[in-house]
Write a protein that binds this ligand. Structure first.
Ligand code: HEM
Length: 223
C-alpha cells in the first residue's frame, strides 16, 4: 500500500533522487558513535535542531490561547495552564525546551570550537552560527516577558537596564526594546511580535543557510 502511494507520487514528481540523496549520504566514521563512542559530541547540532522543532510546534499551540496585551496576557496563560486539556504539558515543553535548547546550543558550539571546525573553509558557517546564537538568546529574552507576571516584568527591566548601560548607544537600544520610556504595553506587544514573527523567521532563514553550507562543505575531518 505504502509502496503504491510512493510509486504514484514518484511517477509524477520524481522524488527518488531527493530521497537517495538523503538516504545514501555517507556518515564518516569519526562522527559515528557506533564506531567511536567519543563521536557522540557530533550529535549536539542535530539535538539542538530537534529541540528547535519542539519549540516551534509547542509554540504554535500556545499561540492558539495566548493574548498579547497587558490586561489579558497573564490570565490567558493561567487559563491555558489550568483549564485546557494538555495545556500544562505543552507549556511545560516550551518552558523547559527553551533551557534545553540553550544547553544543546552551547554544547554544539563548544564541539565546533574544540574540534577547530570553525577554521578554513568553514569560517562563514561559524559566522552564521554566531548570528543563530544571538537569535536564540533573543528568543529566550523576548519569550520570558510574555507570561507578564512579576518575574517576567522585573527580569525584563533588568535586561533592558543592562542593554541601556552600553556606551553611547545604550539609551537608544533601551527605547527600541521598550517601545518607549518604560517596560509597559508597547514592550509586551513588540516582544510578542519579535518572539513569534521576526526572530523565528530569522532563525529559519539562518538554519537553512547553516544546513546548505554543511551539505556543501561536508563535516570537518577527524582530529
Ligand atoms: C539552532 C542552532 C543550531 C543548529 C540546529 C545547528 C545544527 C548543526 C548541525 C546538525 C551540524 C552538523 C554537525 C553537528 O551536528 O555537530 C552543524 C555543524 C556546524 N555548526 Fe551548527 N547548529 C546551530 C548553531 C550553531 C552555532 C551557534 C555555531 C557557532 C557559532 C555553529 C557552527 C557550526 C559549524 C562551524 C558547523 C560545521 C562543523 C563541522 O563541519 O565539523 N552552529 N550545526
Amino acid at each position: 500500500m505504502l509502496r503504491a502511494i510512493y510509486d504514484w507520487v514518484d511517477e509524477r514528481l520524481d522524488i527518488t533522487p531527493i530521497w537517495r540523496d538523503v538516504a545514501d549520504h555517507e556518515v564518516p566514521e569519526h562522527v559515528n558513535p557506533a564506531h567511536h563512542f567519543s563521536a557522540f559530541i557530533y550529535c549536539f547540532g542535530g539535538l539542538t535542531f530537534f529541540v528547535v522543532v519542539i519549540q516551534i510546534l509547542s509554540g504554535m499551540f500556545l499561540a492558539m490561547y495566548y493574548v498579547p496585551d497587558i490586561v489579558n496576557a497573564h490570565a490567558s496563560v493561567n487559563y491555558l495552564q489550568n483549564e485546557i486539556a494538555m495545556g500544562a504539558i505543552v507549556r511545560g515543553m516550551h518552558h523547559w525546551g527553551a533551557s534545553v535548547a540553550i544547553v544543546m546550543l552551547f554544547l554544539h558550539t563548544l564541539r565546533v570550537f574544540f574540534t577547530g571546525s570553525y577554521k578554513h573553509p568553514r569560517e562563514f558557517n561559524w559566522v552564521v552560527g554566531m548570528l543563530i546564537f544571538a537569535v536564540m538568546l533573543g528568543l529566550g529574552f523576548t519569550g520570558y516577558l510574555l507570561p507578564w507576571d512579576n518575574k517576567a516584568y522585573f527580569a525584563t527591566k533588568v535586561g533592558v537596564e543592562i542593554a541601556a548601560s552600553v556606551p553611547v548607544l545604550g539609551p537608544y537600544i533601551a527605547i527600541f526594546l521598550q517601545g518607549g520610556d518604560i517596560v509597559g504595553a508597547q514592550t509586551l506587544a513588540r516582544f510578542f511580535a519579535l518572539h513569534v514573527f521576526f526572530l523565528p523567521a530569522a532563525l529559519l532563514a539562518l538554519l537553512g543557510a547553516h544546513f546548505i553550507l554543511i551539505r556543501r562543505q561536508g563535516i570537518s575531518g577527524p582530529l
